[in-house]
Design a binder for this molecule. Structure first.
Ligand code: GLU
Length: 275
């Protein structure tokens, strides 16, 4: 990528807890890249999970990220205010014929799946509702049901990650038909993130490498919508002192804790290398 070619990046925290060293490192990398390319960096609050997202975490994250040294454009986006846009994207996917309504409960899906799946890996949806063709006349009814994206079974989805190089996931094997809409009237993470990355004109997505397989799913959404996908750059995950992935309750590696211990923001990256 050339300098000053209209780079637009974003940092997209979910306010379900306090930020930790892992968030700081990923977001600092996003900032480093946006500065390197002379671009913009947006803050987008991914607050769609009504039960778990809290206003106090939004305030805390803005404070903590500013302490870390992050600066973002004044126009802060909140996904909870963008439901109209997400509904329109669902409609586009429906018009394109790439999604189908699914009445399976989590329990149904769990019972229908016999093949064991690796820890942390989403089980592959068995396709029970793929051909069900439920009539869906009423708009309110359509928004009160789960919708899944029908993945092209067996197709390899490849992309070149800015840090990790060539990546390849096989649809139907590495991931199955995924949810784009939930019956509670909210989009899934995959739909919301793609809709907003398009709407904000994001040119490069910088995020943690736990989302590599999600990128493959999202590339299918870009294709189905006829939109150009951004570039992707996945950052390493920061592990705690026991070698486990940092969770929301990061204890000693929470940004608030580090600050209270007298750690300076400039020391954070070095600290991450030692964990
Ligand atoms: N909100 C997501 C998270 O906190 C990040 C989404 C993304 O960067 O695409 O994990």
């Amino acid at each position: 990528m050339r300098k000053n070619d209209g780079y637009v990046g974003r940092i997209a925290p979910t306010p379900t807890g306090l930020m930790h060293l892992g968030h700081a490192c990923t977001f600092l990398e996003a900032q480093r890249r946006s500065v390197e390319f002379g671009g913009l960096l947006f803050l987008r609050i991914e607050d769609l999970d009504q039960a778990r997202c809290k206003e106090e975490f939004v305030q805390a994250l803005e404070e903590d990220l500013a302490w870390v040294g992050l600066r973002w454009e004044v126009d802060v986006w909140r996904q909870s205010e963008r439901l109209g846009c997400f509904r329109a994207v669902l409609q586009r996917l429906r018009d394109a014929g790439v999604v189908y309504p699914c009445t399976c409960s989590r329990k149904d899906v769990a019972e229908a799946i016999r093949a064991p799946h690796a820890e942390g890996q989403e089980p592959i949806y068995p396709g029970t509702c793929r051909e069900s063709g439920l009539p869906m006349e009423d708009e309110a009814e359509a928004l009160a049901i789960n919708w899944r994206f029908r993945v092209p079974d067996g197709e390899a989805i490849s992309f070149v990650d800015g840090r990790l190089g060539e990546q390849r996931f096989v649809a139907g094997q590495d991931f199955g038909d995924f949810l784009v809409w939930r019956k509670d009237g909210f989009p899934s993470y995959e739909l919301a993130v793609v809709a907003d990355d398009i709407a904000q004109g994001i040119t490069e997505v910088v995020r943690g490498e736990d989302l590599l397989a999600s990128t493959a799913r999202q590339l299918l959404l870009y294709r189905a919508l006829g939109e150009m996908a951004p570039a992707f750059y996945h950052c390493p995950l920061i592990l705690d002192t026991e070698g486990k992935r940092l969770a929301k309750r990061a204890g000693a590696l929470g940004l608030r804790e580090l600050r209270a211990q007298g750690v300076a923001p400039e020391e954070l990256i070095g600290l991450a290398r030692r964990t």
